[in-house]
Each structure stands twice: as C-alpha cells, then as structure tokens.
Design a protein around this ligand. Sequence first.
Ligand code: SIN
Ligand code: CO
Length: 373
Amino acid sequence: MDYQLDLDWNDFLQRYWQKRPVVLKRGFKNFVDPISPDELAGLAMENEVDSRLVSNQDGKWNVSHGPFESYDHLGETGWSVLVQAVDHWHEPSSHLMTPFRHIPDWRMDDLMISFSVPGGGVGPHLDQYDVFIIQGTGRRRWRVGEKIAMKQHCPHPDLLQVEPFDAIIDEELEPGDIVYIPPGFPHDGYSLENSLNYSVGFRAPNAREMVSGFADYVLSRELGSHRYSDPELVEREHPAEVQPAELNKLRSMMLDLIGNPAHFNSWFGEFISQSRHELDLAPPEPPYQAGEIYELLESGETLERLGGLRVLRVGDTCYVNGEAMTTEHIGAVDAIARHKTVTKEMLGDAMNDPSFLALLSALVNSGYWYFND
Ligand code: SIN
Ligand code: CO
C-alpha cells in the first residue's frame, strides 16, 4: 500500500520544521492501518524487537520491557505498548515512512508504533528529536505545550516526564491526522479509545557522538600519527606555562584531521549510515551467484531494500550500513540509494560489469536487498 500525504512541504518546512508543532488534519485521507494491534503485540513478544509496556493505574506509573510472554494480566484501561523500529520487522509498516522522504533520509530514524487502551499513554514528556505522530485506528487526545525550560522527573526509573503544562495544541486526533512535534516541546497523548499511533522519528547527531565516532575512525585507520614537534623552541621565562601559540599548534593538529574533507566525508558516510536499531537480516541460503542475480533482474524481478537499512550518498560515494560501496558506477549506486525498489533499468550499463555484479551479489548475500518473490 502506498501512503499519500497531502502536504505543502515547502510551506511546512518554512513554517514548522524544527520551529513549531502543528496538527496536520487529515494528512492521510482514508487512512488504513498497516498493522493490527494483535500483530503489534506479537512483535513485542519477539526477542530481537525492542518494546515496552507503560501503564498508569490510580496515578501510579509502571514500565516493563519486552519481550512479553502474555498480556493476560492487563486490564481494559490505562496502558500502552510501544514497539521501536517496526519498519525493520514489518514491511507494510515501513511504507508509512516513505511520504516523509521530503526530509532527507539521513535525518530519519525509525517508526515506533504504540497501541493504547483508553487512558493509556506515556504521560507528559519531552523528546530530543522531531517526530510526526500519525493517528491510526481510534481517537486520542494530544496536548502540546510551549517550549520552555521544564523540570523533568521520573515517576518510574524508566520513565522521564515533565510537570503538567499549558496547551498550545489540544486536539482529538482521528485516523489519518498527524501531529508534528519539534524537539523540546512537551506533549502528552491520552487515548480515548483503543488506538494505534505511528511515530516517524528523526535523528540528529550531537557533537559528543561525532567526536567519539570520529575518534573511532581515526583509531581504526591509524590516522594522525604525526606528532607535535617544536624545532623553533626558544628560552622562556615560565617553565610551567603552555603558551597560546603552542595551544594553537596543538589545536590545529586536531582540526587538520577533521578538516580533511576526504576523511571527514568518509567518516560521516560510515557513521550516519549505521542504523540505531537491529536489522532483520536473513542472508539467502545458499548464496546467489552473480550470474543468477543478473538473470533475475533481466527477467524483470526487482530487488527490495531491507526495512530500516540506511543507504546514503556523500559526494560520489554511497554508504550502506556503515560501509562504502566501492564502484565506478556512480549512477547505479545512486539509483540504489534513491529508490527502495531496484529494477535493471535503474542499473543501466553497470549490469554488464562483473565487478558491479559482484558488489550487488555481496549486498544481496548479506541480506541487505532481496528478491521480492
Ligand atoms: C506514543 O505514545 O505513541 C508516542 C509517545 C511519544 O509521545 O513519544
Ligand atoms: Co514523545
């Protein structure tokens, strides 16, 4: 199923993105849930899947983490089950992210889905990331407050909440409605009926993660072996002082490494193309031969990208799950990065180059792409 989002993206980006929360009433017309509450509950029973159950009974909050064995103990009100990265595990759900590709892929994270019974929710809180919350089946009241400094507290060790806030948005969302919330705006979703919510979440690195990631890259490639030297050293008055000119030289040593565009770009491609959640990898057994892949594509079969796999382009290089795809066929890998479904037409001449077919086979045999049959 293809989801069509009725939105003037230019206007949205200019007025709301990273600035103001907004309700996009009937963003999806005639919305059909890609998953049922039963299927979602089933996913939360699987080992690899990251899920939690949040409940509030008589003002007392509780959190437990999946995998869950049963839901029999739960009553009819006051709880919500939340499943992370459903786009990795449930193909139809992953289609809900496609309409949001007006925001670049590298900023996108995962699709979180929650099922809530009446009175269910995670309570008032802040998130560090942008999110579009789509209302699926059921009605849920969403309140969003102004972004102001707020004290956070933990009513349960695994639950971070904020104090009650005044609402700038207070609406009952119906199926197909969307609320967009930029980082730092407090919000609270309170279910009025059994309801499904889909959160298309974004990511944005902070400097700490980047410095740490870049340091790993420097270590693994053994870069920066060049050592501080000072042949121009002259007598000084204060033996204990590190002089400003020395600090500048030391800082330059570090900045030169980050400032090298080849290193920076290749590090960032590897860094940002890694998923923050586990992938549902199922390498084909036996592995494909390059010739078989050629034949299948020639006969009109298509290659589908594994849900949640990050494929990003930095300059002329495409990165897949933390690794550069080394090839001269820039047009072909660009098409692989742009489209979720790959046809032979998109690959063009690259199809006739054994080295490209070898690359493609490696990707298919890793379980990153699969034939849709
Ligand atoms: C949800 O309960 O579906 C979304 C939770 C959130 O606000 O982040
Ligand atoms: Co939130």
